[in-house]
Design a protein around this ligand. Structure first.
Ligand SMILES: NC(=O)c1ccc[n+]([C@@H]2O[C@H](COP(=O)([O-])OP(=O)(O)OC[C@H]3O[C@@H](n4cnc5c(N)ncnc54)[C@H](O)[C@@H]3O)[C@@H](O)[C@H]2O)c1
Length: 408
């Protein structure tokens, strides 16, 4: 018997994963609920879902095995906790939560209940990260002492429309969402490859000057004025990680909006918007081809009609050469993928973890290490770059190890 999954939030992103979970041979039924009921109903029809629920509480009272949280980015923590308390396994879109307290509570609840928690961090299966994970694990680059992970997404590339979609008349209050509270596409790529975690940070925020009421202290729900932020982290292994979160930047969303660079004592990998190079002391190789995932898209086709044209290229992608699809279900062949080939692996990771009662690769402990550093970085920026310590909730407890393999 397969598992059943109920989606909380049927907005712009959820459909990608409804489709994949629906195709997965170990999933028996997918449901949806949304505070805007027509959205849940529209997704039911479009993805052939088994049904809808009137609200989150009704979903939790049902016998679904798992819930998938796809609500707005600042809302996840309390919903995840409530779902775990109701005995449900949880798949959560990023970020894990927006406060250290919420994250600590989730980690504790997962340990206490033994339920599956997974954060759907797309950068974990970003082709450059998949490649770096393997090169670092094999020691090819020696000691990796400095890494960079950036998430470069300009507000004009789809984000205004995205915030307006659920934000109502007050959309500007949440469109000012602090960049460092969405840190996982950058940090998750570095720490998805470098087996360490951040211990301290100094961060600088760049106040926005567009003057359109977004990133206005008095309008912003978070009193946030920064649209671009840069942070430097010390890692537990003595190395350094640098992260940029840019929302006002002359760069197209289509060109590696998350990009990574790793510097080791024996080798270096540098990814740019258009390519990538790998070097040792004697030579440099162009490896950009390994990370290309382009698919031909007809934006007019029905398949893509719900996706903002400015987001199309990041929401829809093929698979890269470095991805090993052999572990994926046959049913995923030809199915819409996204974020440089990550969606198929994330959907399969979650189903395997729930089905086999194993830990997913991006489990609660790793999710915390991808998210907490950004929260502290935002605090540092508000304190003019003061270097602050980063709390850590440790490795996966020994009693819970034996997780599923992270092959891709
Ligand atoms: N690369 C990535 O991993 C990636 C990309 C895009 C979006 N996301 C994440 O996916 C999530 C969803 O993004 P989106 O663009 O679809 O947002 P959205 O605003 O389009 O959709 C959110 C939906 O959740 C519903 N909702 C909110 N609270 C609810 C509740 N308590 N119960 C039921 N429904 C509720 C809203 O009505 C809305 O329809 C966000 O957290 C975002 O960060 C991740």
């Amino acid at each position: 018997m397969g598992i059943t999954i109920g989606f909380v939030g049927a907005g712009q992103f959820a459909g990608h994963f409804m489709n994949l979970f629906g195709l997965h041979p170990d999933v028996d039924a997918v449901y949806a609920t949304d505070v805007v009921p027509e959205r849940a109903e529209e997704h039911r029809e479009r993805y052939g879902l088994a049904g809808t629920f009137p609200d989150f509480d009704a979903l939790l009272e049902s016998d679904v095995d798992a819930v998938a949280i796809f609500t707005q980015r600042w809302t996840h923590g309390p919903l995840v906790l409530k779902a775990l308390e109701a005995g449900k396994h949880v798949y959560s879109a990023v970020p894990m939560a927006i406060s250290v307290e919420e994250i600590e509570a989730i980690v504790k609840k997962v340990e206490e209940t033994g339920l599956t928690y997974m954060m759907g961090e797309t950068s974990y299966y970003n082709p450059a990260v998949v490649y770096a994970r393997s090169q670092i694990a094999s020691g090819t680059w020696g000691r990796v002492f400095y890494s960079e992970g950036d998430y470069v997404h300009d507000m004009d590339n789809g984000f205004y429309a995205a915030y307006q979609f659920s934000g109502g008349d007050a959309w500007k209050a949440t469109a000012s969402y602090p960049p460092m509270l969405y840190p996982t596409h950058a940090i998750g790529g570095v720490l998805g490859a470098v087996p360490s975690h951040a211990v301290s940070v100094s961060c600088i925020g760049i106040p926005d000057d567009r003057g359109d009421g977004v990133f206005d202290k008095d309008v912003s729900l978070w009193g946030n004025t920064y649209s671009n932020m840069s942070a430097l982290f010390a890692l537990a292994d003595g190395g350094v990680m640098r992260t940029n979160e840019f929302r006002r930047v002359g760069h197209p969303a289509a060109a590696h909006e998350s990009r990574f660079r790793f510097y080791g004592t024996d080798g270096v990998m540098e990814q740019t918007s258009t390519g990538a190079a790998e070097s040792d002391r004697d030579s440099i190789a162009d490896i950009g081809d390994l990370f290309q995932t382009k698919v031909d898209i007809d934006p007019e086709s029905d398949e893509y009609k719900d996706i903002d044209p400015d987001l199309l290229n990041s929401f829809v992608s093929g698979t890269a050469k470095v991805h090993d699809r052999s572990r994926l279900p046959q049913e995923f062949e030809g199915a819409r993928n996204g974020h440089e080939g990550a969606h198929h692996f994330l959907a399969d990771d979650f189903v395997r973890a729930v089905r086999d009662r194993t830990l997913p690769p991006v489990n609660a402990w790793l999710s915390a290490r991808f998210t907490v550093p950004g929260i502290v970085a935002y605090e540092s920026a508000q304190r003019d770059g003061e270097r602050l310590p980063i709390p850590d909730f440790g490795d996966v407890p020994a009693s819970l190890t034996g997780g599923s393999e992270a092959t891709a």
